[in-house]
Ligand binder design. Structure first.
Ligand SMILES: [Mg+2]
Length: 245
């Protein structure tokens, strides 16, 4: 077992479980199911090209939507509602507004993603090894209480952590510094004795490091440190098990 801190704060989505990563493939697959409703040609390659135009429009609207930080903080508590807005705007941008169809597509995407959530294969073993080694563990996740609690239950995570903190229940989310401070207070650990592990560079590296917590960036798809990053992570891992190897 390598040198370990007194406490580790873990992110949930796309750190312990695969949830929202790599949306391009998922959107393409979902839109093909709806191709008959989207005036896409019956045969290839016309159909694939039409689907690609719609996917690009929807994902472009979603990117613009989530880039507004105040708006994002509000809509993180209603991901399904935000997705409906992005699909509505995407169809409208293509000159074929249809809110009812947009909502059906958005809801189908939300359900498809939910069904496809997967625990990363080394998540339980890594967390359990850390806990057995005496490390205090917290799970710190943004989002609404109900869907996040459902994930925690579905993937048998609750009993593995000393403290669980969900944005919708706590009232504040990452990257608010109060989020990390509260978690450390609950664990009775100082920032210098703690790591934060997660896939979001702003939330799990930049913000916690402002408090003196070591930011451990989880980069399973080998995306590399963002080009404009001003802060460097203490460490980059591609698998969770690297924490205990
Ligand atoms: Mg995450």
């Amino acid at each position: 077992m390598p040198a370990l801190p007194r406490a580790i704060l873990f992110d949930l989505d796309d750190t312990l479980i695969r949830a929202y990563a790599q949306p391009e493939e998922a959107w393409t697959r979902l839109l093909h199911i709806f191709s008959a409703h989207l005036d896409a040609p019956d045969s290839e390659p016309g159909r694939a090209a039409a689907i690609e135009r719609i996917r690009t429009a929807i994902m472009g609207e979603a990117k613009a939507f989530w880039s507004d930080h105040a708006q994002a903080a509000k809509w993180r508590l209603d991901i399904g509602g935000a997705r409906r807005l992005s699909v509505r705007r995407g169809l409208a941008a293509l000159g074929r507004p249809d809110d009812a169809l947009a909502d059906r597509i958005a809801d189908a995407f939300t359900e498809m993603r939910r069904q496809e959530y997967r625990l990363y294969p080394d998540a339980h073993a890594t967390v359990d090894a850390l806990r057995d080694a005496g490390v205090k563990l917290a799970l710190i996740t943004n989002g609404a209480g109900t869907p996040q609690r459902a994930k925690i239950e579905r993937f048998d995570l609750e009993h593995r952590f000393h403290h669980i903190q969900i944005e919708g229940e706590f009232g504040q989310g990452k990257p608010e510094l109060a989020v990390y401070r509260h978690a450390l207070e609950k664990l009775g650990v100082e920032p210098a004795d703690a790591w934060m592990v997660g896939d979001n560079y702003e939330w799990e590296v930049v913000a916690p490091q402002q408090l003196g917590i070591c930011g451990i960036w989880y980069d399973p798809f080998d995306a590399g440190i963002p080009a404009h990053a001003t802060a460097q992570p203490t460490r980059v891992i591609k698998r969770l098990a690297e924490l205990v190897e």
